[in-house]
Ligand binder design. Structure first.
Ligand code: DQA
Length: 139
């Protein structure tokens, strides 16, 4: 099974950024643990701070991979383009957020991804990514 984790803007700063909200683990530490735990999964990852690069990656993998785990970060709440890309592709997308966006500012309560996601995992810290992998494995 081929699964990619796609992370949007500022998620390259995990471990350094607002630790009270996002924890103190870097994404590369988490990714190594996930690769170790899910050896049967062909797991890859991509991060960009640039909206168009995220859309390019979604299009590139979206007819080939078995699953996309997408944390579009701030673009979740603003990007019609990423929402349309998720709608266009065939690969199922699980939307992930580290924090509980519904317990935060109102502008974070809107998602352009959710209407076309297979499911949404929100607010379990970095464990949200692991739960998303589990969701693909149990389909
Ligand atoms: C986030 C929530 C977004 O509102 C925020 O802009 C992020 C991260 C999360 O994982 O909790 O950058 O997607």
């Amino acid at each position: 099974m081929k699964i990619i984790i796609i992370n949007g803007p500022n998620l390259n700063l995990l471990g350094k950024r607002e630790n009270d909200i996002y924890g103190d683990q870097s994404f590369s530490e988490l990714f190594s643990k996930l690769q170790f735990k899910y050896k049967e999964v062909e797991l890859s990852q991509f991060q960009s701070n640039i909206e168009g690069e995220l859309i390019d990656k979604i299009q590139e993998v979206g007819y080939e991979y078995d699953g996309i785990i997408l944390n579009a970060a701030a673009y979740t709440h603003t990007s019609v383009g990423i929402g349309d890309a998720v709608k266009a592709i065939e690969t199922p997308v699980v939307e992930v957020h580290i924090s509980n966006v519904y317990a935060r500012e109102e502008f974070r309560h809107v998602s352009f991804i959710s209407p076309n996601a297979r499911g949404i995992i929100i607010g379990f810290g970095l464990q949200s990514y692991e739960l998303a992998i589990e969701s693909f494995l149990s389909q």
